[in-house]
Design a protein around this ligand. Structure first.
Ligand code: GLV
Ligand code: MG
Length: 313
């Protein structure tokens, strides 16, 4: 299923505390593209071990539909990582698509997870390579090494940012993670977003923005999420069902963009195949092969989001 989930949409990635039966039961009803059951920071230290069985039970017994199913384990600098991975992957079976590894510092940490996953898959009879890896960048060292992290394993499907831990790691003087800083003239994370995006795309990964912690302010979320949507990110974490709904919209092309992309492709194909021209006018714009490539991205993303063309030429 790693192959299954690699290209599925991840516009909204719902965080669900793995220790809470109430939240676990509710999660499948939330229309998020991806759900991750958390064993890390949303779970208190004395609940960590017990949460593993709750997460396994939820994956096996609830109906998760087609969504990407992920579990966030604890980072390698804790005592829980190997136990989390062994118990969850052995117990959850095929429906688990990927493991999210937080606070990844370098490629070796991804390789260590890859090796452990291979042994578990062989032991429990899952196809080797079945479980994908989503690496979370949330430290200065992780960001510096993001290129090698993205290239560290064929299991890598996704690279995701963790703004709260990251702010702490770089000693940014903020008390709320992943929100705008009005005193800063511009986007204080632009460099970070861009660096993660380049590393992810250079390795064919999906690239995801982290949480927006002002959960009641949906307008501000919508505005803040534009920063990574416009750069080209695939989606963002959702902490509530309402956030998921906003993000599904923000990270989908609009109907107008989707239709325009199809129109450009029609015009371009007619020009190249019918009229043997490489560049042609579309309204008052000149379009060529690169325009067709851009349009194809909108068509792919819109199709994944369930859009259909509303106008035919
Ligand atoms: C998420 O894990 C974050 O640290 O922002
Ligand atoms: Mg974090």
């Amino acid at each position: 299923m790693s192959e299954r989930s690699r290209y599925l949409p991840r516009r909204s990635c719902l965080a669900t505390p793995g220790s809470s039966e109430k939240f676990l039961e509710k999660a499948p009803t939330v229309p998020a593209d991806m759900t991750f059951l958390d064993l890390e920071d949303a779970v208190a230290p004395n609940e960590k071990v017990a949460a593993r069985a709750k997460v396994v039970h939820a994956i096996k017994t609830l109906d998760w539909g087609d969504r990407v199913m992920c579990v966030r384990v604890n980072a390698w600098d804790t005592v829980w990582t190997y136990g989390d991975v062994i118990e969850v992957v052995s117990g959850a079976g095929e429906r688990l698509d990927e493991i999210m590894l937080p606070k990844v510092q370098d490629a070796a940490q991804v390789v260590a997870l890859d090796l452990l996953l291979t042994q578990i898959e062989k032991n429990v009879g899952l196809p080797v390579g079945h479980i994908g890896i989503e690496a979370q960048i949330e430290t200065a060292r992780g960001l510096i090494n993001v290129e090698e992290i993205c290239a560290a394993s064929p299991r890598m499907e996704t690279i995701v940012f963790g703004p709260a831990d990251f702010a702490a790691s770089i000693e940014m003087p903020v008390l709320t993670g992943g929100v705008a800083i009005p005193e800063y003239p511009g986007d204080h994370f632009n460099y970070v977003f861009s660096k993660i995006l380049m590393a992810g795309r250079a390795n064919g990964l999906q690239v995801i923005d982290g949480p927006f912690l002002k959960v009641r302010d949906l307008d501000e979320l919508r505005e803040f999420a534009q920063r990574t949507r416009v750069l080209g990110y695939d989606g963002k974490w959702a902490l509530t069902p309402d956030q998921a709904m906003v993000l599904n919209e923000v990270y989908s092309p609009t109907q107008e963009q989707f239709d325009k992309a199809w129109d450009i492709l029609d015009k371009y194909h007619q020009a190249t195949e019918g009229d043997h021209k490489g560049a042609v006018m579309y309204g008052d714009e000149m379009i060529d092969e690169a325009s067709a490539k851009m349009a194809n991205k909108f068509v792919d993303r819109g199709t994944r989001a369930g859009l259909t063309r509303s106008t035919e030429n």
